[in-house]
Design a protein around this ligand. Structure first.
Ligand code: SF4
Ligand code: SF4
Length: 423
């Protein structure tokens, strides 16, 4: 797509501000009724999905240039997709898609992304990870007791965050795979970033190159199935890659894999994990993980700026994300009591880390993490669980900043504990 292809949509935005809240029918309280961390933090219409569409439209029509102030508006957004799900309850707008195209335009014009993004993109270029870590140290989390099979066509794609920042998730995942008797291989120091941090800030050219290199590497290694720990990797490999690079590799997230292990009785959850916990839906495993469907048809203007699509366009409202697998696993862990937050599934509030915000706007990312932690604590749970190492990092930073008694775990850590392999 190009920004121009969103022109009618951008012109049709009625500035109703529904993209700032979860839909009325699912609101349970005023406190937890919003959906957009950006407008919540910056409190000015330009920082909402609809506001950014006005900016995108103004740029497309040649009315504004990319100024430093405008770039701030464009990049202080976590790409969480919440605005889009809310808007689609009433209209057919795709503000998150338009924001992405605006970022691509900013990069193509030589204005974007932000300096912090440029720095990590340079790291991805040189070291194949956005943290600037030594590629040789990527598999440093791997312990001698983990068995891998280098001839396996199943790849555990560890991802940069689990490899370098949340090693406990990588190790728990590998041990669960071993316990289930599931053969898998790793790419070790040859594993490369999936491209998500590059793609999300609009560096489309580089992101496409990374996608191609990864797919080439997977094909050369004979990979038929990929397991991911990270919601960002999952989203890229499962949802975004097929839009740009052809591949027929099956992609599954660890939560889905573990749900399958339990169904097939490959692992048994025997140990008590006494915890009242609540589950955070990562945006990129949830609403953003709903696959795109091809649509061909006619767009008909029935009234000024009101269009219908014949045949109807697939809606992509976020309901098709991965929501049940992690919950089904949690509910089977003995001793676990799962209590839900007010905003869940496609209406979940973002952790605040995505879209390049954790690196370029750490104050905003930390604030958003605390917003979500407020909601988690309001359930009465003592533990927050999720299924994304990047969300996990932001929540752990949030917990440290508020001196909270709440604990954070990845789903895999609790599963490992319950099969008798963890503390
Ligand atoms: S993007 Fe949608 S929800 Fe937001 S102001 Fe425009 S029409 Fe309303
Ligand atoms: S993608 Fe998320 S942060 Fe960005 S405008 Fe939409 S709701 Fe707000």
């Amino acid at each position: 797509m190009t920004l121009g292809e969103f022109e009618d949509m951008m012109d049709s935005c009625v500035r109703c501000s529904k993209c700032k809240y979860i839909p009325q029918l699912v609101i349970q309280s005023k406190r937890f009724s919003s959906i957009c961390p950006s407008i919540d933090y910056y409190n000015f219409h330009a920082y909402s999905g609809g506001g950014r569409m006005i900016t995108a439209s103004a740029y497309h029509k040649g009315r504004v240039e990319f100024t430093p102030e405008m770039l701030d508006v464009i990049y202080r957004c976590t790409n969480c997709g919440g605005c889009e799900v809310s808007c689609k309850w009433v209209y057919e707008m795709e503000p998150n898609e338009a924001i992405h195209e605006l970022r691509i335009a900013a990069v193509e014009a030589g204005a974007g992304p932000m300096p912090k993004h440029k720095k990590y993109i340079e790291f991805v270029d040189r070291k194949k990870n956005p943290y600037g870590e030594d590629p040789q140290k990527r598999p440093a989390w791997l312990t001698d007791d983990v068995e891998t099979d280098e001839s396996s066509s199943t790849l555990y794609f560890v991802g940069c965050t689990a490899s370098y920042r949340r090693e406990e998730i990588a190790l728990a995942t590998a041990k669960i795979l071993n316990a289930a008797g599931e053969e898998f291989r790793l790419l070790g120091s040859d594993e490369m970033c999936c491209g998500s941090p590059v793609y999300r800030v609009g560096d489309q050219k580089r992101a496409l190159q990374i996608m191609k290199e990864n797919i080439e590497q997977f094909k050369e290694a004979g990979i038929k199935r990929i397991i991911t720990s990270c919601s960002g990797c999952y989203n890229m490999l499962k949802v975004e890659y097929p839009r740009f690079v052809e591949h027929d590799i099956e992609v599954i997230h660890t939560s889905q894999l573990i749900e399958g292990f339990l169904k097939d009785e490959k692992i048994k959850l025997t140990e008590d994990v006494p915890m009242k916990l609540t589950y955070h839906d990562p945006c990129h495993l949830g609403r953003m993980a709903e696959p795109y469907e091809e649509w061909e048809g006619e767009k008909i203007e029935v009234l000024s700026q009101v269009y219908i699509y014949d045949p109807p366009k697939p809606e992509r409202r976020g309901a098709g994300g991965v929501y049940d697998a992690p919950r089904n696993v949690l509910k089977q862990i003995p001793g676990v009591e799962l209590v839900e937050m007010e905003r869940i599934r496609e209406y979940a509030y973002c952790c605040g880390a995505g879209g390049g915000c954790k690196s370029a706007y750490p104050d905003f990312a930390l604030w958003a993490s605390n917003e979500r932690l407020d909601e988690a604590e309001a359930t009465g749970a003592s533990t927050l669980v999720s299924t994304c190492p990047f969300c996990g990092t932001n929540f752990l930073d949030g917990l440290e900043s508020r001196d909270s008694t709440m604990e954070y775990f990845d789903l895999t850590e609790l599963v490992l504990r319950s099969i008798g392999g963890g503390k």
